[in-house]
Ligand binder design. Structure first.
Ligand SMILES: Nc1ncnc2c1ncn2[C@@H]1O[C@H](COP(=O)(O)OP(=O)(O)OP(=O)(O)O)[C@@H](O)[C@H]1O
Ligand SMILES: [Mg+2]
Length: 334
C-alpha cells in the first residue's frame, strides 16, 4: 500500500544543512495501523508530511497504491491527496466555521453539490457521534470533540489512508482511548490504512499492528508491535516500553549483581496466563526470585515478560531452563 524507499529530507537552517529524515525504508500494508514513535525532534512530523508531500522529500521514493507520488505534478498530486486524510495534534479546525461547515469544507473544495454535501456530512456527524454539535463552533468543543470533527473532516472525501501526526497528544488518557477506539473502528469498517506518529508508547500498545522507531531521522528498529514488546532490540525501544506506567525499568537490572542465573522470559497470548513459573518451582530444586515483570495487552493479543533470578545447583538450574524452553516461552539468559 505504502512503500517508502531511501527517503531523506534536509532543511537549510542558518547556512547549515540539517537532515531531519535520513534514508528511511518502510513498507505499510493495506488496512494496517502503522505507528512511528520517536522523541521530540526525531523527524516524525517531517517524515509523515512527506507522505502527502506537505513536505517535499530531498531524496528517495514514496509509492502509494503503485503510484510513485514523488514524481507527480500539482494536478496529479491534488487527486492523490483526496485519498489521504490527515489529523493533527492541535486539530487545525477553522474557528470561524461551525462543525458542519468544517466537515463540509473539503467537499466544497472538491465541487460536490449541496445535497451530496448534506448527506455526507450528516452521515459523518452520526459516525463520530456529534449530531448535537452540528451548529457549534470549535471554541465551544472539548479536545476530544474537536478531534472527532477533524477525523470526520479527514474522512469526508472517503480517503484510503489516514495520517495522524500526534492526533491524541493533546488529549487526556481517557479521551485518548476513545479516539484510538474510533480510529480502530474506522480501520475495521472502511479498511483504511492508518499511519500514526506518536511519542507515547501507550498509543502503540493500544492500537498499532506494526511500529517503527525513529531516532535522529533514522529508523532504528521496525517490527510488529507484538515482537517489539516481546523482544525490544534497541535501548530506545526498551526505554519506551519501560515508560509505560506499569513497567519496571528493565534496563536497571544488572545481572552481575545477582548470585543466581538471571533469565528473561517472554510470553505470548495464553501462555502469559499459565502458571508456568509455579510449576517450574514445584518440579525443580531451585529458588526463584522475581526481579521484574509485566503483561501488556496489545490490540491483537497480550505479551508479557518476566525477569527471574534462579538459584540452586547448576544442574537443576539448567534443567529448569530446559523445562521453560519447552513451554512456549522465549527464554534468554541475561
Ligand atoms: N522547516 C524547517 N526548517 C528547518 N528545520 C526544520 C524544519 N522542520 C523541521 N526541522 C528540523 O528537523 C528536525 C525534525 O523535526 P520534526 O518536526 O520532524 O520532529 P518531530 O519528531 O515531529 O518532533 P516533535 O515530537 O517535537 O513534533 C528538527 O531538528 C527540526 O528542528
Ligand atoms: Mg512533530
Amino acid at each position: 500500500m505504502i512503500t517508502i524507499e531511501n527517503l531523506s529530507k534536509s532543511f537549510e537552517s542558518g547556512g547549515k544543512k540539517i537532515w531531519a529524515v535520513k534514508d528511511v525504508n518502510i513498507h505499510i500494508n493495506k488496512g494496517e495501523i502503522f505507528g512511528i514513535i520517536g522523541l521530540s525532534g526525531a523527524g516524525k512530523s517531517t517524515l509523515i508530511r512527506c507522505l502527502n508531500r506537505l513536505e517535499e522529500p530531498t531524496e528517495g521514493k514514496i509509492t502509494i497504491d503503485g503510484v510513485n507520488i514523488t514524481n507527480l505534478n500539482k494536478k496529479e498530486l491534488r487527486s492523490v491527496r483526496k485519498d489521504i486524510g490527515m489529523i493533527f495534534q492541535h486539530f487545525n479546525l477553522l474557528s470561524q466555521k461551525t462543525v458542519y461547515e468544517n466537515i463540509a469544507f473539503p467537499l466544497e473544495l472538491d465541487g460536490s453539490n449541496k445535497n451530496e454535501i448534506d448527506s455526507r456530512v450528516n452521515t459523518l456527524l452520526e459516525y463520530v457521534e456529534l449530531v448535537d454539535k452540528r451548529d457549534a463552533y470549535p471554541s465551544s468543543l472539548s479536545g476530544g470533540q474537536k478531534q472527532r470533527v477533524a477525523i470526520a473532516r479527514a474522512l469526508a472525501n472517503n480517503p484510503k489512508i489516514l495520517l495522524s501526526d500526534e492526533g491524541t497528544s493533546a488529549l487526556d488518557p481517557k479521551t485518548t482511548k476513545s479516539i484510538l477506539e474510533l480510529l480502530n473502528r474506522i480501520r475495521k469498517e472502511f479498511g483504511l490504512t492508518i499511519v500514526l506518529i506518536t511519542h507515547q508508547m501507550e498509543v502503540v500498545k493500544d492500537i498499532c499492528d506494526k511500529v517503527a522507531i525513529i531516532e535522529n531521522g533514522e529508523i532504528i528498529e521496525t517490527n510488529t508491535a507484538l515482537e517489539l514488546f516481546r523482544n525490544p532490540k534497541t535501548k530506545t525501544a526498551k526505554t519506551f516500553i519501560s515508560s509505560l506506567k506499569s513497567n519496571v525499568d528493565e534496563e536497571s537490572i544488572i545481572p552481575e549483581q545477582f548470585d543466581g542465573k538471571v533469565i528473561r522470559l517472554s510470553f505470548l497470548g495464553n501462555s502469559a496466563r499459565e502458571p508456568i513459573v509455579s510449576k517450574m518451582i514445584n518440579q525443580f530444586n531451585i529458588e526463584v526470585n522475581i526481579l521484574s515483570g509485566n503483561i501488556n495487552e496489545l490490540i491483537s493479543t497480550c505479551v508479557g515478560y518476566l525477569i527471574l533470578e534462579l538459584s540452586g545447583e547448576d544442574e537443576e538450574v539448567a534443567k529448569a531452563i530446559d523445562y521453560l524452553k519447552n513451554q512456549n516461552v522465549n527464554v534468554e539468559v541475561i
